[in-house]
Design a protein around this ligand. Structure first.
Ligand code: GLN
Length: 472
């Protein structure tokens, strides 16, 4: 039941459907697709139906919000009041949030219905969803393959018709990678575009919440609703939010499209490269002008990213100490036991690896060689993008060098898992917006994604080019 939001809205307007039946339909699809393990928590049926009835009543009196009838699945790293929020970790297994994230407030104010919380890699650390303490979500196109991570459950929910749209979050590709592996659309907004209030902190100078949809228009609509200044997050920018939904009507005639040579090198699958090149040709036929560009510091991205985000994570995750809202070891006799045993029992292996790496790169004697140097490289990578955008309007590149890989294929080799992020993390280091949209399939019917990167706060450009690609 993959209806677009405008079809849903149309059905509501013509009395062919109600929010109550929409919720019932999604709940039964979720039930029938349980094996995909997309959700960690599905909300209480009665509570959902009560909310649906209230929106139906508002609809009848002509007072329903912009998202009435839109059913949204939310990554379990974003808090919803009075609901469990695990961040994919055992350490938060029983944590119930006393408040809503800002994005949830905004969705609900516009009458969206949040249906549940989706699976993710523990604390959003991973590229395959296999680091979840609740078992991996499976790719609906081929369940022997990963959906991508860390927002895997959100991409699966949208691709399998378990929700109309979803929210994920990105620190380094976690919306775009699963969107590309599952054949859906996903946006990483500019750093500072969407409030992080209520998102569990991984690497605070990188983290951004981003929307996922089955099509560009739905993704644009939900992006407009969640974006903008928020008093609860001082890193949000006081820059007006464009109406992305109407921006998608613009064509690409005369746009200069940068093609970075570093994104078509070693390790890219032939069919991925062909699909992306073919899409670029079509953009050119539609009137865009291709410009070959270079982002010379691309090769330092993975190292820089994994130094900086582990450093920030090692500090952010110190709050999970067994004292207040997290799991506390039953075996703690001293205060030291509370810290050490609760954390040892509560965190999974990838999270522990990151805390150790991050503590190491920040420690006296190593700080200059790792953390400080990585900060300097971050500046150089940002400058690559600033220079490129003095010549072009947007940049297009593959989202990932490969299609979705097999479950278990990379779990024994963390470095090869980190390399899945080779085309995504540089954009997070730089902070620019980037959107992944499907651009073809390989010979096994597995989706291929292309990303459109734009200048800071020009998400509208990502949507406009993506809509042109979706129309091909
Ligand atoms: N693969 C990246 C990592 O493990 C993804 C992180 C993210 O975007 N949340 O750090």
């Amino acid at each position: 039941m993959n209806l677009t939001y405008s079809e849903i809205r149309n059905n509501l307007e013509h009395g062919r459907s109600t929010c109550r039946t929409i919720v019932e339909n999604y709940l039964s699809t979720i039930e029938s697709q349980k094996k995909l393990n997309a959700f960690i928590t599905v909300f209480d049926r009665e509570k959902l139906l009560k909310r649906a009835d209230a929106i139906d009543a508002r609809f009848k009196s002509g007072k329903a919000g912009r998202l009435a009838g839109m059913i949204v699945a939310v990554k379990d790293a974003i808090v919803v009041k009075d609901e469990r929020s695990t961040s994919g970790s055992k350490i938060l297994e029983n944590y119930i949030s006393p408040y809503n994230a800002t994005v949830i407030e905004r969705l609900e104010n516009d009458d969206a219905i949040i249906i549940g919380k989706t699976n993710l890699d523990e604390f959003a650390m991973g590229s395959s969803n296999e680091n979840s303490a609740y078992g991996p979500a499976l790719n609906p196109i081929d369940p022997t393959r990963v959906p991508g991570g860390s927002s895997g459950g959100s991409a699966v929910a949208v691709a399998a018709g378990l929700a109309t749209t979803a929210l994920g979050s990105e620190t380094g590709g976690s919306v775009r990678l699963p969107a590309s592996f599952c054949g859906v659309v996903g946006l990483k907004p500019t750093y500072g575009r969407v409030s992080r209030y209520g998102l569990s902190a991984f690497a605070s100078s990188f983290d951004q919440i981003g929307p996922i949809g089955n099509n560009v228009a739905d993704t644009a609509l939900i992006a407009s609703v969640i974006s903008g200044l928020d008093a609860h997050d001082t890193t949000t920018a006081n820059i007006p939010v464009a109406d992305y939904f109407s921006e998608i009507k613009k064509n690409v005639k005369g746009l200069k499209i940068g093609i970075p040579k570093e994104y078509f090198g070693q390790g890219i699958q032939k069919e991925v490269e062909e699909a992306v090149q073919q899409t670029i040709k079509r953009l050119v036929s539609a009137g865009a002008e291709p410009v070959e560009i270079s982002l010379p510091h691309t090769e330092y991205g993975i190292a820089t990213y994994y130094i900086l985000v582990t450093a920030e994570a090692s500090s952010n995750l110190a709050r999970y100490d067994g004292v207040r809202y997290t799991h506390r070891s039953a075996d703690s006799k001293t205060i030291n036991d509370v810290f050490v045993k609760s954390r040892s029992e509560g965190f999974g292996p990838e999270v522990k690896r990151r805390i150790m790496l991050g503590t190491y790169v920040l420690s006296a004697g190593y700080y200059d060689a790792y953390y400080k140097k990585a900060q300097k490289v971050r500046t150089l990578i940002k400058k690559d993008f600033v220079d490129a955008f003095s010549k072009v309007d947007c940049i297009v590149a593959p989202t990932s060098p490969t299609v979705a890989f097999k479950l278990g294929e990379k779990t024994d080799d963390p470095l090869s898992m980190y390399l899945s992020d080779v085309y995504t993390v540089n954009i997070n280091i730089a902070g620019n917006p980037s959107l992944s949209v499907p651009c073809g399939k390989n010979s096994n019917n597995l989706p291929i994604g292309i990303q459109i990167i734009a200048k800071d706060f020009e998400e509208a450009m990502c949507f406009r080019v993506a809509q042109t690609i979706e129309n091909f």
